[in-house]
Design a protein around this ligand. Structure first.
Ligand code: ZN
Length: 396
């Protein structure tokens, strides 16, 4: 059987039925999951759904109030007379905003409240989980239990937004620079043109925080690059790993989380249920999000993990570049990293029209590059094979 996606037609066929708006909890969400289960089974995996429900009202409220607290704090600093008690209010708001955003990133309690309020809307969705059938040694009596586990992760949900990905990154920079300018102005009490510029930057920063708080969560993106292409690469890699088994055997789990676009709710739920079964020292998480743009693959990881991936890419002639995600753009690697797992994210290595279309109606299959998706599948397969023999060092 041919490997990867040798032509645009082959890739378009693979996108059929999955590259469509499918926000968490929507009717299309469950239809696409059913399609994914069929494909995973066809590839030879034992696939199942891991259903869960979560509150999206609470995390969204936390994000918006956190950002608005920061906006208000920065505005107070530049509007109130410098070095006066008003700063106490700004400091309190800053601490509260920071605390809310930190809780949102690091804690699950907003998503899975111990006691949901009566009538509180909960989103229903599911992770799709598949496992390679356990390897049995040739000696029929002894079942070989693999020592290592690799998770291939690619979220299945989509979202669209009123703020483009480029604008969001820009707003975040303006917000951070503005906050620093406001603090500088308050501490130094600069007068003259320097003071005016610092205050102007501060005000822009406050507005940028407020604009970020107004980001919407809609369901108009077909999500070809984000993240159907990544799912295709993962399923293709798994198919090849079944066709020619890994030696020595390792435990391979395919995890297609739901609700990644809702602050990684699905990966959080998976960890709640499964982390006892996944020892940190023997588990490696390869998250794939946003691959498929023309050009090199991108790797987001701590340096030693990135070096290990670079090595695999070089050995297989796959162009790879280390990239940084704009701050605040969470991926499914984040909950795993927070839980002290070795985790990395494979993504696109160059800014392109495809990347800029993420979270918009224009994230369509035509923009995705078949060669790039094939390369990602090849690299994933190679990384799983090398994990069987050369475990990456503890990440730095
Ligand atoms: Zn994504």
């Amino acid at each position: 059987m041919e490997r990867g996606f040798p032509s645009r037609e082959a890739l378009n066929r693979a996108f059929l039925g999955i590259a469509r708006p499918r926000a968490a909890g929507s009717p299309a969400d469950s239809q696409v999951r059913a399609e994914l289960l069929t494909r995973l089974s066809a590839a030879g995996l034992e696939a199942r759904e891991q259903p869960f429900s979560y509150s999206f009202v609470r995390p969204l409220r936390a994000m918006r109030s956190g950002l608005l607290c920061l906006a208000a704090a920065v505005a107070i600093l530049v509007v109130a007379p410098p070095r006066t008690p008003f700063a106490l209010g700004a400091g309190l708001l800053l601490a509260m905003g920071g605390w809310l955003l930190w809780q949102l990133l690091k804690r699950d309690s907003f998503f899975f409240p111990a006691a949901p309020a009566v009538g509180e809307p909960m989103v229903q969705t599911a992770n799709v989980v598949a496992e390679l059938p356990a390897a049995v040694s040739r000696d029929e009596d002894r079942v070989e239990v693999p020592a290592r586990t690799v998770l291939l992760v690619a979220h299945h949900d989509t979202k669209s937004q009123n703020i483009s990905i480029l604008l969001r990154a820009l707003l975040l920079i303006v917000a951070i620079v503005g906050a620093l300018a406001a603090c500088t102005w308050w501490i130094a009490g600069a007068v003259g043109p320097a003071g005016v510029s610092l205050r102007a930057a501060g005000l822009l920063g406050a507005l940028a925080f407020a604009a970020l708080a107004a980001a919407s969560f809609e369901d108009r993106s077909p999500g070809a690059l984000d993240n159907a292409a990544s799912m295709l690469a993962v399923i293709e890699a798994a198919r090849c790993l079944i066709e020619r088994p890994v030696s020595p055997p390792l435990r391979l789990i395919i995890l297609l989380p739901g609700a990644e676009e809702h602050f990684m709710a699905g990966a959080r739920y998976f960890l709640r249920m499964m982390s006892r079964d996944l020892p940190r020292s023997a588990t490696l998480v390869l998250n794939v999000d946003g691959i498929g743009s023309p050009g090199p693959q991108g790797i987001v990881a701590a340096s030693r993990l990135a070096a290990w991936v670079q090595e695999g890419a070089r050995a297989h002639g796959v162009a790879l570049r280390r990239v940084w995600m704009p701050p605040g753009s969470g991926t499914d690697a984040v909950p795993f990293e927070t839980a002290a797992y070795r985790a990395l994210t494979l993504t696109s290595g160059a800014l392109s029209r495809a990347v800029l279309a993420v979270h918009t109606e224009a994230d369509t299959p035509e923009r995705v590059d078949p060669r790039s998706v094939s390369d990602a599948a090849l690299l994933l397969e190679a990384l799983v094979r090398s994990a069987a023999t050369s475990w990456p060092e503890e990440s730095a």
